[in-house]
Design a protein around this ligand. Structure first.
Ligand SMILES: Cc1ncc(COP(=O)(O)O)c(C=O)c1O
Length: 394
């Protein structure tokens, strides 16, 4: 293992996988807090433990507010978006229920639903997206049935960057008393999210992408009145003599010792986001992204997939190069140009099936808060050379 690996030389355009690098000040503040009071929060009454508990509570409060929620206790910490989505989907659906989702989803939605379908008699409908990668809310509403319990939708695509009209979908669900679960893995921290205004019942997020926290963090905000069944139980630090897991939030969905270092990271990352401004970060990313997309679009032999609209969009794109396997293109970008991309199906097989890229996938580039103009220029130049090379005489 080369712990002296020089990450400075990498042009990192894989921010949809995780944002990198994280703001150094966030990492330093979190490590310092953990070094000073990284004990087990909520388990004892000594001062150190109370301070650790306060840090966890203040982070709940900050994140709940960030998402437009007014109940900090309904902000539940989880290991990542996948964990949060499993808690929500498994804790809300049961035998005989019908769920609706879309073909834009990540496997962290598809697989929990498919397991419930195969093993627990849950019925699932997958609504295809329209031309341009957006799902029509009316198409979802047309599939409502008397036993529809839940709609699960992706907010921002990790493959083509489209941002779904969640508020419109939420309004249709609310009119019918159907719950809406939103996968905000790609949007939390870079697009405004308001659970009330968007009629979201359960918001699932990850901490290590645009929220700029460490990996191993994430969670869900569960609207007041929505009761998610617990699917894992254990120690909570309170009411230890009671034989069953507590129903009160956040204990209801949290069991065992939490990720205090990671939560400290989320806390200080919230301060970073407030200083730099979420809308300013989005503006910065989209400005670079527009240059990247326009540059790639002009290259002979390069096809952009999904959409090229900059409206309702995250700074994520998928492309292929005629005559080249996407995996090979990614390898060339890495080995010859030090550019980090993501190739293949990006854990979202249905979107690729619908786009006709289901066999080999695409090359994905995604811009993050730490990228600069030189990074996107380098990517355009590299893909230009790779595409030209395919047809070059030997
Ligand atoms: C749309 C979407 N949903 C869910 C996830 C899963 O997030 P995590 O790996 O943090 O569980 C990802 C991660 O790439 C994603 O892009």
């Amino acid at each position: 293992m080369d712990l002296n690996f020089d990450s400075q030389k990498i042009i990192y355009l894989d921010n949809a996988a995780t944002t990198f690098p994280k703001p150094r000040e966030v990492l330093e503040q979190a490590t310092d807090a953990y070094a000073r009071f990284g004990v087990n929060p909520g388990r004892s009454g000594y001062d150190l433990c109370l301070v650790a508990g306060e840090l966890v509570f203040e982070t709940r409060k900050a994140l709940a507010t960030f998402f437009g929620g007014d109940k900090p206790e309904r902000l539940v910490f989880a290991a990542n978006a996948t964990d949060a989505l499993n808690l929500a989907i498994q804790g809300l659906l049961g035998r005989g229920d019908h769920a609706i989702t879309t073909t834009v989803e990540h496997n962290s939605v598809i697989r929990p639903l498919d397991h419930l379908r195969r093993d627990h008699g849950v019925e699932v409908d997958f609504v295809p997206f329209e031309q341009g990668g957006l799902v029509d809310p009316d198409e979802i509403a047309r599939r409502f049935r008397p036993n529809t319990k839940l709609v699960v939708v992706n907010h921002g695509s990790n493959v083509i960057g489209t941002v779904q009209p969640v508020a419109e979908i939420g309004r249709r669900c609310r009119e019918r008393g159907i719950l809406l679960v939103v996968d905000a893995a790609q949007t939390a921290g870079v697009l405004p999210i308001d659970v009330e205004a968007m009629a979201i019942d359960v918001l699932c997020f990850t901490g290590h992408k645009s929220l700029l926290g460490p990996t191993g963090t994430g969670g869900l905000y569960v609207r007041d009145g929505v009761e998610v069944r617990h699917t894992r139980v254990g120690g909570t630090g309170v009411h230890s003599a009671y034989p069953f897991h507590l129903d009160e939030y956040p204990y209801r969905l949290e069991a065992g010792t939490g990720n205090v270092l990671g939560i400290a990271g989320l806390y200080f990352a919230q301060q970073y986001l407030a200083r730099r401004g979420v809308s300013e970060i989005y503006r910065h990313e989209m400005e670079l992204f527009a240059i990247l997309q326009a540059g790639l679009e002009k290259i002979d032999g390069v096809t952009l997939h999904g959409t090229t609209s900059l409206e309702h969009r995250l700074p994520v794109l998928s492309f292929t190069v005629a005559g080249r396997d996407p995996g090979d293109v990614g390898q060339l970008l890495d080995v010859d140009y030090n550019i980090a991309s993501r190739t293949g199906l990006q854990c979202a097989p249905l979107i690729h099936q619908q786009m006709g890229t289901g066999e080999r996938g695409t090359v994905r580039l995604s811009v993050g808060p730490m990228n600069e103009r030189a990074h996107v220029d380098a990517a355009v130049a590299a893909v230009t050379e790779i595409a030209a090379d395919v047809h070059a005489p030997a």
